[in-house]
Design a protein around this ligand. Sequence first.
Ligand SMILES: C[S@@+](CC[C@H](N)C(=O)[O-])C[C@H]1O[C@@H](n2cnc3c(N)ncnc32)[C@H](O)[C@@H]1O
Length: 209
Amino acid sequence: MNKQVQQAYDAWSETYDVDDNLTRDLDRTVMEQMLAGRPFPTILEVGCGTGKNTPLLAEIGEAVTAVDFSPGMIAQAKAKITAPNVTFQVADITQPWPTANAAFDLITFNLILEHIADLTFVLAEASRSLAAGGQLYISELHPFKQYQGSQARFVRDEVTTLIPAFIHHISDFLAAAASGGLTLTALNEWWHEADAGKAPRLVTFWFQK
Ligand SMILES: C[S@@+](CC[C@H](N)C(=O)[O-])C[C@H]1O[C@@H](n2cnc3c(N)ncnc32)[C@H](O)[C@@H]1O
């Protein structure tokens, strides 16, 4: 368990939804573009945070399990999401997952994997938890932005807290997914309208089991 990351998100949880954050906003827009109208019976949302993307998943999924290791972030999500088909769970995804084999048709990761050192373990657990033919969606801060110093952070009382993060190259995602038996079906790069002429802000991957 990375306590520093967990405590930082507990602290950020109170203002995560309202702070200025172009990466969070772009992730939400891209999520809508990639997933709206695509039905899945069972969905696992990994690192749900305050539930920014959970309502969309509750619309397209029959049953959604939303997991996060920050009690503060989960509390914010629970306070605003009352959809009866969503179940919240506190769990650390760097430990063996509390999921049955082949339980999910879609697994999503949004803006969490920069905090995970070992992608191979996490994507192996995701693969184990996916049904045959199931889909895995990843949306992450683009490594080009990370090379330029971007990292999850928040400001409180004029003090900036940088949340510990790891740089994962595109090839790291592909290698970790392949070692878990997942096949890449799409890779896209995304810019916020404020990013014109700059490095891409987000990278998304679709993998299939
Ligand atoms: C930047 S927030 C993203 C939240 C949400 N997915 C979104 O797009 O708004 C990253 C989330 O990952 C969670 N997280 C980080 N490391 C984790 C771990 N090892 N296990 C479970 N959750 C973790 C944090 O608590 C936080 O809620």
